[in-house]
Design a protein around this ligand. Structure first.
Ligand code: NAD
Length: 285
């Protein structure tokens, strides 16, 4: 069997078209959605992510503001900028690109962002709201995965879902969203004793590990949905996921590629959260 490919580029293009329409309608009513992005230091991967986010905004008619700080920037300066952006009614989303330099306390920076503008969904209050099923900004990568599952009408109620990875930005919120959708969720991590036992019984297998081609075909249940969140750069410069696509696609029923799978959906959901925030702000005025 060869799996069907779940094309994140195609789904993103469709969703971004819809978001552009919403952004245009809001702009016409006097509220152009606006995302402020803060980048500290010269990490090349972070610079690429920020560039893609800014370009995504531009194409969707969302205004973007970019604030760049050097590697040795003072945390007080960055916190001051966040306070200024929190108070600016024309700014609807604030994103601080991670990782921050070592002398920053990442947690206190993320929690300085107003929860109404926390479009990355990393603020502890938004995470708590999400876990209680209250309205919250949902972290973009797992939210993108949920949209991908929805687009394929993947049945989640009662399904066995296995998430490999327990990070705050992917694994944990992914498990919360799948649980809320009615799946029976197992979270595996670096301390899991028999990983294959869990992965082989997954109807839906999400890999968010950060290790190239870690999940091989023999770890996948025939016909399973395999979602590869990983983005790894190989020595030859090519990108690959946490799933060994070649072997897994021979066993799975549906699989996301890397690149062109979850990656584009992450930015799409960031744009969606920014438009949503602008919509909430327009309703208040
Ligand atoms: P992380 O390093 O914070 O977490 C990795 C997780 O994998 C940990 O919870 C760890 O316990 C688990 N793990 C490590 N080794 C393991 C093993 N041998 N067996 C089982 N579990 C193991 O990483 P992260 O931030 O969650 O990112 C994971 C991957 O997703 C990375 O490749 C990252 O680049 C990618 N990512 C992609 C997007 C996107 O937009 N597609 C967004 C965020 C992260």
């Amino acid at each position: 069997m060869t799996a069907r490919i779940l094309d994140g580029n195609a789904l993103s293009a469709k969703l971004r078209g819809e978001l552009a329409e919403k952004a245009a309608a809001l702009t016409a009513r006097g509220t152009q959605p606006c995302l402020a992005v803060i980048l500290v230091g010269g990490d090349p991967a972070s610079a690429v992510y920020v560039r893609n986010k800014v370009a995504g905004c531009e194409k969707a008619g969302i205004k973007s503001l970019k604030f760049e700080y050097p590697q040795d920037a003072s945390p007080a300066d960055v916190l001051g900028k966040i306070a200024e952006l929190n108070a600016d009614p024309a700014v609807h989303g604030i994103l601080v690109q991670l990782p921050l330099p070592k002398h920053f306390d990442e947690k206190s920076v993320l929690e300085a962002i107003s929860i109404q503008k926390d479009v990355d969904g990393f603020h502890a209050e938004n995470v708590g709201r999400l876990s209680q099923g209250q309205e919250a900004f949902v972290p973009c990568t797992p939210n993108g995965v949920m949209e991908m599952l929805k687009s394929e009408n993947v049945s989640l109620r009662g399904a066995e879902a296995v998430v490999i990875g327990r990070s705050n930005i992917v694994g944990k919120p992914m498990a919360m969203l799948l649980t809320a959708a009615g799946a029976t969720v197992t979270v595996c991590h670096s301390g899991t004793r028999d990983l294959n036992f869990h992965t082989r019984r997954a109807d839906i297998l999400v890999a968010a590990i950060g290790k190239p081609k870690f999940v091989t075909g023999d770890m996948v249940m025939p016909g399973a949905v395999v979602i590869d969140v990983g983005i790894n750069r190989l020595p030859d410069g090519k990108l690959c996921g946490d799933v060994d696509f070649e072997s897994a696609k021979e066993v799975a029923g549906l699989i996301t590629p890397v690149p062109g799978g979850v990656g584009p959906m992450t930015i799409t959901m960031l744009l969606a959260n920014t438009v949503e925030s602008a919509q909430r702000s327009a309703q208040k005025t």
